[in-house]
Design a protein around this ligand. Structure first.
Ligand SMILES: Nc1ncnc2c1ncn2[C@@H]1O[C@H](COP(=O)(O)OP(=O)(O)OP(=O)(O)O)[C@@H](O)[C@H]1O
Length: 268
């Protein structure tokens, strides 16, 4: 469904050009969860931003990105807006940066559904309640009426997930969606995201620096270093028999924290 082929990205900074991505190829089939794992600065977020076409100015892209055969890099205007509204959703690291701090949560969800799906306010309000239930929120009315600063990071990230699944997009881009949360909340939010994705049959490109977490939620994993994919494989293969020295380093430097495979249940 998503095919990224030989994607190279250069950014013009001052008078020079920095190579950010080098011949990156990643495929994600319908309903599949694919991981993109690597250290900070390796180019994971820039890969996601290339798909959404939200790169900084003065970026030069080479290669192709197709979504169900549609040339994403060729989309303009209304076609690009529709792709972002209907086909692809994004969950970023920090939910506080996503919601408007001076508006209650209900406005975020209702306006999102109004803009993307053309729902009336009353229908979108009902749907917002259903979506919050889907992401495991009990006190729906309290959360809908709350302002972002009145909610915990985990609760807010659930709201962002609710917004991201509202239009049942075919592809979810998740950029370290639990990194900004405390450890117990990370596990809860990750389990909700995984469950929603599976229930709706959505594909996901999942960015993390944590190989164990990627192994727990993904069917296949790509390891990225300095803008290049250095190894790809199914989770067991990468964990039990890593081929590239960098994958071995990632294995050896795994954070000792949550046992993700036990928490999520394991995709493989
Ligand atoms: N606006 C920008 N201008 C210039 N360079 C940038 C810009 N944004 C990112 N970069 C550079 O692009 C490279 C890749 O960054 P990217 O954010 O994709 O890394 P990442 O793997 O997602 O890291 P992290 O895990 O910290 O989010 C880095 O070297 C970064 O410094």
């Amino acid at each position: 469904m998503l095919e990224i082929t030989n994607l190279s990205l250069a950014l013009a900074v001052d008078r020079s050009s920095i190579e950010i991505l080098k011949e990156v190829s990643i495929s994600v089939a319908a309903g599949e969860a694919v991981g993109l794992v690597g250290e900070s600065g390796s180019g994971k977020s820039m890969t996601l931003r290339s798909i959404l076409r939200t790169l900084p100015a003065r970026s030069t892209l080479d290669g192709t990105i197709t979504l169900d055969g549609v040339d994403v890099l060729g989309l303009r205007g209304e076609a690009l807006r529709r792709m972002r509204a209907d086909d692809v959703s994004m969950i970023a690291q920090n939910p506080h940066a996503v919601l408007n701090p001076v508006l209650p949560v209900v406005r975020y969800l209702v306006e999102g559904m109004h803009d993307a799906q053309g729902l009336s306010t009353s229908v979108a309000r009902l749907r917002a309640g259903e979506l919050l239930e889907q992401v495991g929120i009990d006190a729906v009315d309290r959360v809908l009426g709350a302002y972002p600063h009145q909610l915990s990071g985990g609760m807010l990230q659930r709201v962002v997930i609710a917004g991201a699944i509202a239009g049942k997009p075919k592809l979810m881009l998740a950029d370290e969606p639990t990194t900004a949360l405390d450890v117990t909340t990370q596990a809860e939010v990750m389990a909700i995201l995984d469950e929603c994705r599976r229930n709706l049959g959505m594909a996901m490109l999942f960015v993390t620096h944590d190989l164990d977490l990627a192994a727990a939620v993904c069917d296949r994993i790509n390891v990225m270093k300095s803008g290049e994919i250095v190894e790809s494989g199914v989770p067991d293969q990468l964990r039990d028999n890593p081929q590239h020295p960098y994958t071995r380093i990632l294995m050896d430097s795994r954070p000792q924290g949550i046992n993700w495979t036990r928490t999520i249940g394991g995709a493989a």
